[in-house]
Design a protein around this ligand. Structure first.
Ligand code: ATP
Ligand code: MG
Length: 359
């Protein structure tokens, strides 16, 4: 096992397009770190550079104590699992899993022993003689994982390994990956744009935006204390409500741009600890908006979506929208009005210009 360290890593393509800028990241020995971000933000590029499949423009990548910038992929002792599985179609499952070991000149006995142990770990014993075309998507993904595990690498790199699977299989494989990590303890960097995967697998999450790191933190830190409107709206489904406006001088009310003046529930005599009369974005998650009859904020509802366990009401405050998560039995029709409150303890405030957190 090993640590992974990235220092001031940049990637520019064709001498101009900056794909990654100044990436600093420390993954501890045995840690499971998940990289999330919108499509095209550079997640795969970062993984490929770590694996040695793509060059870096500047900076250093270190695996353990060794700088690997110039080291060939096969010498880095990393294993990568791709979304596309990338299995050899003409080889059986056993041959696919064994391939990397054979290439390294391991003895046939030893190869067989390792393949058997890996197949056991992934419940692939019954499939060892099949070819990939005769496997389901989930089974193929498991073979791809087997091929990575069997090499006993210092570092696992996963690039959206579960995104081709249906929801049920994804949740099963998520649990398997968690168990495998608990057993093997291999340092892992895992790319996904599935929030549930990020929240459930990660010891720490790295949020990437347009080639730069927006925030690094535990799932709790990222969810409870997003450092920017980008992180606030990226993590969480549905996204956090973000209302543009200004706090009033008493800091107990918020003037919604193109909307009403609304009270902040439980703000206390001193009001919330954020500068008044300044362009501000107020954030609140849909599950934190409460329904109340005590000095409610009137919220006209445009539509209500039934999710199963609960409902989402899509309301309006002037021209800005506010989504509220409601319990199963509460399902307002469109055109109805809800009375809601925004509790001070659940509010997030961001600078209206920079989008950075201010409280
Ligand atoms: N081989 C390439 N040549 C030129 N540009 C590339 C190449 N590969 C990726 N890019 C560009 O680099 C940027 C980052 O791509 P990357 O594949 O790392 O994004 P990503 O975060 O993995 O996205 P996704 O979530 O869609 O997989 C994108 O703008 C992409 O168009
Ligand atoms: Mg990608």
């Amino acid at each position: 096992m090993a640590t992974l360290t990235l220092r001031a890593v940049c990637k520019t393509r064709h001498g101009r397009q900056q794909v990654l800028r100044d990436i600093d990241l420390d993954v501890a020995d045995g840690e499971f770190v998940v990289l999330v971000g919108p499509s095209g933000c550079g997640k795969s590029t970062l993984l490929r550079m770590t694996a040695g499949l793509d060059s870096i423009t500047s900076g250093d990548i270190r695996i353990g104590s060794r700088i690997v910038n110039q080291i060939a992929p096969q010498e880095r002792n990393v294993a990568m699992v791709f979304q596309s599985y990338a299995l050899y179609p003409h080889m059986t499952v056993a041959q696919n899993i064994a391939f990397g070991l054979r290439m390294r000149g391991m003895s046939a006995d030893k190869v067989q022993e390792r393949v058997a142990a890996t197949a056991r770990m992934l419940s692939l014993e019954a499939l060892l003689e099949r070819k990939p075309h005769a496997l389901s998507g989930g089974q193929r993904q498991r073979v791809a994982m087997g091929r990575a595990i069997v090499r006993e690498p210092a570092l696992f790199l996963f690039d959206e390994p579960l995104s081709n699977l249906d929801a049920k299989l994804r949740s099963q494989m998520r649990a398997e990956i968690r168990n495998l990590h608990a057993r093997l303890g291999t340092t892992s960097l895992y790319v996904t744009h599935d929030q549930v995967e990020a929240m459930t697998l990660a010891q720490r999450i790295v949020v990437l935006n347009q080639g730069g790191i927006e925030q690094i933190g535990t799932p709790e830190q990222i969810y409870e204390c997003p450092q920017s409107t980008f992180v606030a709206s990226f993590m969480g489904a549905p996204a956090m409500n973000l209302l543009r406006g200004r706090l009033t001088a008493d800091r107990q009310h918020f003037d919604v741009d193109d909307g009403p003046r609304i009270p902040i529930a439980g703000a206390g005599d001193a009001g919330v600890q954020v500068e008044a009369n300044r362009e501000t974005v107020l954030g609140i998650r849909p599950e934190h908006v409460t329904v109340t009859s005590d000095q409610p904020i009137p919220l006209p509802v445009d539509a209500c979506e039934m999710l199963g366990a609960d409902n989402l009401a899509f309301g309006r405050l002037g021209k800005q929208s506010l989504v509220v998560r409601l319990p199963y039995h509460q399902r307002p029709g469109s055109g109805e009005q809800l009375g809601v409150a925004l509790p001070a303890a659940q509010l997030h405030f961001f600078d209206g210009q920079s989008g950075r957190r201010v409280n």
